[in-house]
Write a protein that binds this ligand. Structure first.
Ligand code: UDP
Length: 253
């Protein structure tokens, strides 16, 4: 009999049934994809780094009362999380213009925004995750008005937390994406930050030099992705100081 049951395999993670009802084991792969998987590579050590970084951010959020799905890290590539019903929206928060916002609206990358801007994208690979409005979300019943209000509140709290943590590490949080899940307590539903928070889903620029320390390094062929993520982890004190993740026994502890 298999050790555990596969629930879902995505581009960067695999979900397995957890040891207790209502739990899931989230496994971080080394695969990197961009442009809706048009570009793909295996980046040795990325899964280990993202497992650690996502643990760091989610545990930090739990610690300040922002509810997340994170329970505990199990090993180098796996973490135990609450099973949630994922709301089929990507919630993007932007502090500085970059990426698709810059392209869509013709705003130069790096232009500070007058206030954090929140956007919703419908999670559908076949459609390329299109930008949607609250009207679409409510009309098609992807989320309720209450869910939307709660998602905005969660997203802004995550933004404040992440911005502060990054600032302390000499990093500017340009934008990021979160996913939100529902859990049920009897008839009550609660929303949790789910999926992952890692340099795969954030834009992170060095405060001094503007150097990119996120997945744009891969999307735009700017260098070694694992080096950028290792630098983020090092600055946050998340990983041992020397060496790349993924290889040596020194990383096991
Ligand atoms: N993002 C993500 N997954 C996606 C799309 C975007 O994690 O499927 C993140 C991305 O890393 C960036 C932010 O959301 O931090 C905003 O991305 P944008 O809309 O600019 O799209 P992109 O330029 O990445 O296509």
């Amino acid at each position: 009999m298999a050790r555990r049951k596969l629930i879902y395999e995505g581009k960067a993670k695999i979900l397995y049934e957890g040891p207790e009802p209502g739990t899931i084991v989230q496994y971080f792969k080394d695969d990197a994809t961009a442009g809706n998987a048009a570009k793909h590579a295996v980046v040795e050590g990325k899964g280990v780094l993202n497992n650690r970084l996502s643990e760091f951010f989610m545990a930090g959020l739990n610690g300040i009362g922002v509810p997340t799905h994170f329970i505990r890290r199990l090993n180098m590539r796996e973490q135990l999380v609450h099973a949630v019903e994922i709301i089929p929206l990507e919630v993007v928060v932007r502090n500085v213009a970059a990426g698709s916002l810059s392209e869509r609206l013709g705003i130069e990358e790096g232009t500070p925004l007058p206030r954090p801007i929140i956007e919703f994208y419908f999670k559908d690979d076949a459609l390329g995750d299109p930008l949607v409005t609250e009207e679409h979300i409510l009309a098609f019943n992807w989320a309720s008005q209450q869910d939307l209000d709660d998602m905005v509140a969660l997203a802004l709290r995550v933004n404040d937390f992440l911005s502060g943590v990054m600032l302390g590490a000499g990093i500017r949080l340009i934008d990021f994406k979160i996913e939100v899940g529902r859990v049920w307590d009897g008839d009550f539903q609660r929303l949790l930050v789910a999926d992952e928070i890692s340099p795969d889903s954030c834009r992170l620029w060095d405060i001094e030099t503007g150097q990119k320390l996120d997945k744009d390094v891969f999307r735009r062929d700017l260098g070694e992705l694992a080096d950028a993520y290792t630098e983020v982890a090092r600055r946050l004190g998340v990983m041992p100081k020397q060496g790349r993740a993924g290889g040596g026994p020194k990383l096991v502890h």
